[in-house]
Design a protein around this ligand. Structure first.
Ligand code: ADP
Length: 449
């Protein structure tokens, strides 16, 4: 292109020079004035063409450079049949602009991708500049602070002055706790800020996490469940004790006036005291049960053959079940699988699960024959896993949430201790217990070691 420009210019300059020379020759050599004027006219035309040509090139280059400056790559460049030089310039222009367009599309795609990731994150994020202008606030942040889109950190003063101040002043890498009190809730926010420079400009990225929500809600729920179960159990025992005691007292008060008790009244008092004794024993048993799972002995670990453990439990289970049709199966893969555990405690867990399974099956006596299966295998991390499955009625979702809460039971004679005790024992073994069940579809308890 550069060469072509030189040729074009040289041709015009040569034409001007040649024509000027010819005019001089006509005037001084032959005194032909009229043809000389014609030749000079041609030279002027060549000069005009030279000027136009360079102007056009300059204009096109200027347009191109403006496009670059304003990143306007939608403009098309036309050569309008103005010769090969313009076509070359147009081709180069198109090449460069299409490369720019491609790079820009790629960058936009990357930005959009990252934006999606950030919006999707569960952690609340706010990115802002040093002057407080907010560049990005993800969905989690808007939901946590209950705000719409925010343009400036100052706008967060509506949520909390402390929060806005912390975002402005917290040093990079530091963490601060901010308490936000609202009418219907209190947030305990852990705020972290990371400050960095982007193309020389100071930016900050803050993450917010509500610790109160995360921890306390679960803890509160557990406490509430436990309290309601305890209250229920204790009231069941104490309310009759209190009313029986006042009956007995009334009878005895009558006697203190000097009138001896009739045989009937004496029998009433005796009955009331007997009932009080019985109820008190119930309460003592309950407290003992409570103690049984706060005082679990530390496990004494041994290497156990899973086969032996299963044999033991199925034997005990058969002895307990009156149901002759009950089918019990075991499967162990690999057959010589071993696990490290306290044998008594593990027997207790498996027996709890097995008895629950037995009771579940007996709840629907006319349905399909009862079946309990004990399975053992190793998980992908080579840890032993034991499962106990029954084909009983299953556990409804709302009940499932509570079955590991101490004293929670749906059975008239139940203690609600079995599963919470089992969970404690599994924790002491560094393992876990979980349930998978849907109403009407049997139940599987899984122990991981
Ligand atoms: P309990 O057996 O004394 O009620 P648990 O802690 O062992 O106490 O069990 C709590 C509750 O979990 C039971 O009352 C029952 O509702 C439910 N549950 C446990 N295992 C099963 C099972 N295999 N099938 C159906 N429900 C079960």
């Amino acid at each position: 292109m550069h060469k072509r420009f030189r040729v074009q210019v040289t041709l015009r300059v040569a034409a001007i020079a040649g024509l000027a020379g010819a005019a001089a020759y006509l005037v001084w050599g032959h005194a032909l004035y009229l043809p000389a004027v014609l030749v000079v006219g041609l030279a002027v035309a060549a000069a005009v063409s030279l000027v136009r040509y360079t102007e056009k090139v300059t204009r096109d280059l200027t347009r191109f450079l403006e496009s670059v400056q304003y990143s306007d790559f939608t403009r098309r460049f036309t050569s309008d049949g103005r010769g090969p030089f313009f076509e070359d310039l147009r081709d180069a222009f198109e090449e460069v602009t299409s490369e720019f367009r491609r790079l820009r599309a790629e960058r936009e795609r990357e930005v959009r991708y990252l934006e999606q990731v950030v919006q999707h994150l569960g952690v609340a994020l706010i990115a802002y500049q040093d002057d407080g202008e907010v560049g990005l606030m993800n969905t989690a942040a808007r939901r946590l602070l209950r705000t719409g889109p925010v343009r400036h950190v100052e706008a967060l003063e509506r949520v909390s002055d402390d929060l806005a101040e912390t975002l402005r002043t917290l040093e990079s890498g530091e963490q601060a706790m901010v308490r936000v009190e609202e009418e219907d809730r209190t947030l305990q926010l852990a705020v972290r800020v990371r400050r960095f420079r982007l193309q020389g400009e100071p930016h900050a990225l803050a993450s917010l996490q509500d610790l109160r929500n995360e921890l306390e809600e679960k803890e509160m729920e557990a406490w509430q469940e436990l309290t309601s179960v305890l209250t229920h159990e204790i009231m069941n025992s104490v309310a009759p004790i209190s009313s029986l005691a006042s009956t007995a007292q009334r009878r005895l008060d009558a006697e203190s006036d000097g009138t001896p008790l009739t045989a009937d009244q004496a029998a009433d008092v005796r009955e009331a005291v007997g009932a009080i004794e019985q109820r008190s024993e119930g309460l003592i048993n309950f407290v003992d049960a409570y103690r049984s799972f706060t005082d679990i002995p530390s496990p004494e670990f041994e290497l156990l053959e899973v086969e032996d453990v299963f044999d033991n439990v199925t034997r005990l289970l058969r002895a307990q079940s009156e149901n002759q049709a009950l089918s019990l199966t075991t499967s162990i893969d690999p057959p010589d699988l071993t696990l490290t555990a306290d044998p008594d405690l593990i027997d207790q867990v498996l027996l709890n699960l097995a008895l629950n399974a037995l009771q579940a099956i007996e709840e629907v006596p006319d349905a399909q024959p009862g079946h309990i299966e004990f399975r053992a295998h190793v998980d992908p991390r080579s840890r032993p896993v034991i499962q106990v499955e029954d084909n009983g009625p299953g556990i409804p979702d709302d009940v499932q949430e509570k079955i590991f809460v101490p004293f929670f039971t749906t059975k008239e004679e139940g203690s609600g201790i079995g599963l919470s005790l089992s969970r404690q024992i599994m924790r002491l073994h560094g393992g876990s217990i979980s349930v998978h069940s849907s109403s009407g579809d049997g139940t599987v308890f899984t122990l991981r070691f």
